[in-house]
Design a protein around this ligand. Structure first.
Ligand code: NAI
Ligand code: UGA
Length: 438
């Protein structure tokens, strides 16, 4: 089938490559000329493991093209995916301006039946809204062209985009007509996944409910971690024991310095706002936001408890992206931590396998190590913000010999506590500090 994907961010690129891989003909569209030029040269503008060679292969086979012209891309297309950003507005709602712009442009160029697919994360009712925008444009042109708007939310995790899209847990299809449902099922017939057929409004809610539930799970274990610290209990053991119950499951129970990224914070906020708009206070979501906001403060308090005043102390942060295997620093906990540590007067050095430069652009006053070993030189404490494998696998004996102190604050509970203690570190993990009973 001939497909157009609008937006070449994480979701657009993943949609384009995964559909290209199962044999469809893809046109990727973006208003960002530099991105389009890079992509046409087989260069991936983001860091996402494994995706670049797939793009290069599809370009070579002629199955994938990128352009800045939506009009050109739309010629003969059967399906258009809208995969543009929906960033958070200052009042907490998602900004739909990119979706609106794209819908208007589709309406300006459409001449025959097309299925328009909302891939972006958008509030309940947006499929109907997009439909009304396109209809309005057609009316201005004096045309009456049939079309459908489908909600097909994306569930990929950054850093695992390729494996998620090749073998998703489920594909949610919110269709308002049988024709659209048949088109979408044909599109995905070669992807082996559960297919949940439902209405567009239900599909839109499934996306927000899923992200908010995952954020709830993380926040629950983070709050448990705070209690574990006060009662001499190890939260890692607790999560392990809880996760063995199939009804709970082991995933998203890793306590840490809070969730970040471009989606959980904005989507929890958007769902809370959706409730507020119909006069329903989403009390669980409100608590989650508050607890997550305070997780870095709580963490910093524990650092101060161990090290005393931080003024003039040399602290190295390892792992700066919001999670491993991505260069994305949107809402990364490291940003808040750096800001707070600088405000306390600490001297900060940072290192991340791929995101160091992005952090340096935001905080020009901090030092960036060329590698983890040079970053820890003379540090009095090391803080793990992101559990990159190459950070976990460092030679910790060498790290200790390079440091000027012995504190290690494991903000992701990712390191081997016993091994580090044997190497002479004072190890502190989130909710696993058994030496304190109140
Ligand atoms: N990043 C992720 O892992 C996931 C994101 N989502 C959702 O998917 C959507 C997209 O997210 P990302 O890919 O992270 O966004 P992004 O911000 O990385 O990329 C969006 C792209 O859309 C382009 N764009 C904006 N207006 C355009 C227009 N009029 N025409 C063509 N291109 C245009 C931008 O230039 C940019 O390249 C959001 O709603 C997000 O919540 C959903 C699941 C996972
Ligand atoms: O809508 C989205 O954009 C996506 O949001 C998340 O994916 P992502 O933000 O890429 O990353 P996650 O792996 O979910 O991690 C999010 C944050 O939670 C933190 N986290 C995750 C798991 C955990 O156990 N503990 C924990 O603190 C991570 O460190 C990270 O900061 C969801 O997992 C995806 O299903 C969804 O498609």
């Amino acid at each position: 089938m001939k497909i157009t994907v609008i937006g070449t961010g994480y979701v657009g690129i993943t949609t384009a490559t995964s559909l290209g891989e199962i044999g469809h003909q893809i046109m990727g569209v973006d208003i960002d000329e530099l991105k389009i030029e890079q992509l046409n040269n087989g260069v991936l503008p983001i860091y996402e493991p494994g995706v670049e060679p797939v793009i290069q292969n599809l370009l070579k086979q002629g199955k994938l093209h990128f352009t800045t012209s939506l009009k050109e891309a739309m010629e003969g297309t059967e399906i258009i995916f809208i995969a543009v950003g929906t960033p958070q507005l200052s009042d907490g709602r998602p900004d739909l301006k990119y979706v609106e712009e794209v819908a208007r442009e589709i309406g300006r160029h459409m001449t025959e039946y097309i299925v328009i697919v909302d891939k972006s994360t958008v509030p309940v009712g947006t499929a109907e809204y997009v439909q009304s925008i396109i209809k309005e444009q057609l009316k201005l042109r004096g045309l009456s062209v049939a079309f459908d708007v489908v909600s097909n939310p994306e569930f990929l995790q950054e850093g695992k985009a390729l494996q998620n899209s090749r073998k998703p847990d489920r594909i949610v299809l919110g269709c308002s007509s049988q024709v659209a449902e048949d088109v979408m099922l044909k599109l995905y017939e070669n992807i082996d996944a559960l297919k949940h057929l439902t209405s567009p409004r239900n599909a839109e809610m499934i996306k927000y409910a899923s992200n908010s539930f995952l954020a709830t799970k993380i926040t629950f274990i983070n709050e448990m971690a705070r209690l574990c610290d006060l009662l001499a209990v190890d939260v890692v053991e607790v999560a392990k024991g809880m996760g063995m119950d199939k009804r709970i499951g082991p995933y998203f129970l890793q306590a840490g310095i809070g969730y970040g990224g471009s989606c959980f914070p904005k989507d929890v906020s958007a769902l809370a706002m959706m409730g507020r708009e119909v006069n329903m206070e989403m009390t669980i979501l409100k608590s989650i936001q508050e607890i997550n906001q305070k997780q870095t403060d709580w963490f910093l308090e524990r650092v101060k408890e161990c090290m005393g005043a931080l003024d003039g102390k040399r602290i190295t942060l390892l792992g700066l992206s919001f999670k491993p295997d991505t260069d994305d620093i949107r809402e990364a906990p490291s940003l808040k931590l750096i800001q707070k540590l600088l405000a306390e007067g600490a001297f900060i050095t940072g290192f991340d396998p791929v995101a160091s430069n992005k952090i340096k652009n935001i905080f020009p006053n901090i030092k960036i190590g060329e590698d983890a070993y040079s970053a820890v030189k003379d540090a009095e404490a090391v803080v793990i913000c992101t559990e990159w494998k190459e950070i976990i696998d460092l030679d910790w004996r060498t790290i200790k010999s390079l440091m000027h102190g012995d504190f290690i604050f494991d903000g992701r509970n990712a390191l081997d506590r016993e091994m580090l203690q044997l190497e002479g570190f004072q190890y502190w993990g989130v909710g696993r500090n058994l030496n304190k009973i109140v």
